[in-house]
Structures are given as C-alpha cells and as structure tokens.
Design a protein around this ligand. Structure first.
Ligand SMILES: CC(C)(COP(=O)(O)OP(=O)(O)OC[C@H]1O[C@@H](n2cnc3c(N)ncnc32)[C@H](O)[C@@H]1OP(=O)(O)O)[C@@H](O)C(=O)NCCC(=O)NCCS
Length: 198
C-alpha cells in the first residue's frame, strides 16, 4: 500500500489532528490492551509532542493518517523520576539511576513516546519509516517503554537496535469496558551508534 511519511509542524497539525485522534483511539482499543482515550486527552498529548519534540505521521493517498510516531526529551516525559523495578528493587528513573546503572546521560536522551500503525498498513515498513522520520535515531541515545503483551512492537524495536534494560513498570490505562487496569511495561534502550536503518 502506498503512503508518505511527513513530520508534523504547527501549520499542518490542525489539519491532521482529527484523523490522528481517530486512528490513535482505534489502534489502542484493539486487543490485547483495549485502551480507551478521550478526544481531549489525546489533543493535549499530541500537542505536547509537537511542542516538546517531534511528531511524524504516515499519510495514505486518500489523505487519511495511517500511522504516527512521537519522540520527546526523556526529561519531559511522564517517566522522568517515576518509580520502577530494577533487579527486584524499587528505583526512581532519575539522572543518577541512569548514570550509575547504565552510564547513560539523561541530558541528551530521547524518549519514543508513541507509535501506532493502522492494521491494513502493518508489516510494510511504515512503523520503521516513522521511527526513522522522528528520531534522528542515528545521533541520539533513545529510550522507550513497551507493554509486554505487544510482541510485534517488541520485535520491531529489537530489530531497530533497542534492548531490554531489565527495568519494569506498571502503567494504568482506562479500558473500553470502563475499568482502569495496569499493563506491565519494560524499558528498552538504544545507543546512538551502530544501528542501520537502511
Ligand atoms: C508495532 C507497530 C507500530 C509496527 O508497525 P509496522 O508498520 O507493522 O512495522 P514495520 O512494518 O516497520 O515492521 C514490522 C514487521 O514488518 C516487516 N516489514 C517491514 N517492511 C516490510 C515490507 N516492505 N514488506 C513486508 N514486511 C515488512 C518487518 O520486518 C517486521 O517484521 P517482523 O516483525 O516479522 O520482523 C504496529 O504493529 C502497531 O501499531 N501495533 C499496535 C500498537 C502498538 O503496539 N504500538 C507500540 C506501542 S509501544
């Protein structure tokens, strides 16, 4: 299927927003997580990506958005200084933790905040191209968090050079049945050098 990848800016954001919200809601409402996101929460989240970092979308020939990916500085993400489990110990995701345990300087650390591709466009390289478009990944050490119940996302990240750090979290999401339930997450990290996106 044909598509083009575009980095969103403040002029194109308004025209992309409603299509972006719609596919975001549909993608994350799928099994296994059945998440429910309100329009207003998503408008706020997506605008924050634009303000703080980079947001890319994949566009089909009919102008519909069929995928999205966002990166922001780690220190601007909700993970910054949040608690997590590392080697069965409770830790804070602080500058000291990343420095002492992984020799990672958080000042230049990017965080992949979101990635999604509509079903009909999966397994065609859209996710990979979106990651490439937002990230300048070749230059920047990058962190992300993935649900353990999403092996297809884990496989993609692994292929792109991300590795499990052994850091776990549980994130709570509102589900389409109205309940709020936790999902188990792991952190993955990729050093800047040596990843081939060709
Ligand atoms: C994870 C997700 C974004 C991947 O998107 P995608 O567009 O399918 O990703 P890609 O096509 O780049 O890569 C996925 C697979 O397609 C393969 N692929 C890439 N280009 C291809 C091509 N031209 N033809 C056929 N297959 C291709 C890749 O090799 C990879 O296969 P593999 O997993 O068997 O190794 C998508 O499955 C998704 O939206 N899932 C639901 C939301 C989600 O999990 N988001 C991540 C939350 S952390």
């Amino acid at each position: 299927m044909q598509y083009k990848v575009e980095v969103v800016n403040s002029s194109t954001f308004p025209e992309r927003l409603s299509s972006l919200i719609e596919i975001y809601q549909n993608i994350f409402a799928e099994p296994p997580e059945f998440q429910q996101w309100s329009n207003s929460d998503l408008e706020q989240i997506l605008s924050s990506y634009l303000k703080m970092g980079k947001l890319a979308v994949a566009i089909a020939p009919d102008h519909q958005v069929v995928g999205f990916c966002a990166s922001i500085p780690f220190k601007g993400s909700k993970l910054w200084k949040s608690s997590a489990l590392f080697s069965n110990n409770s830790v804070s995701l602080s500058a000291d933790f990343f420095q002492e345990c992984f020799q990672i300087d958080v000042e230049n650390l990017d965080y992949i905040a979101d990635l999604g591709v509509v079903k009909a466009f999966r397994h065609q390289g859209v996710g990979t191209q979106l990651m490439k478009a937002i990230s300048a990944l070749k230059e920047q050490p990058t962190l992300l968090r993935v649900s353990v119940c999403r092996p297809e996302a884990y496989a993609l990240y692994y292929k792109l050079g991300f590795r499990d750090m052994g850091v776990k979290q549980w994130a709570e999401y509102r589900r389409i049945d109205g309940t709020i339930k936790p999902s188990e997450k792991i952190l993955m990290f990729r050093f800047s050098a040596g990843t081939d996106f060709s």
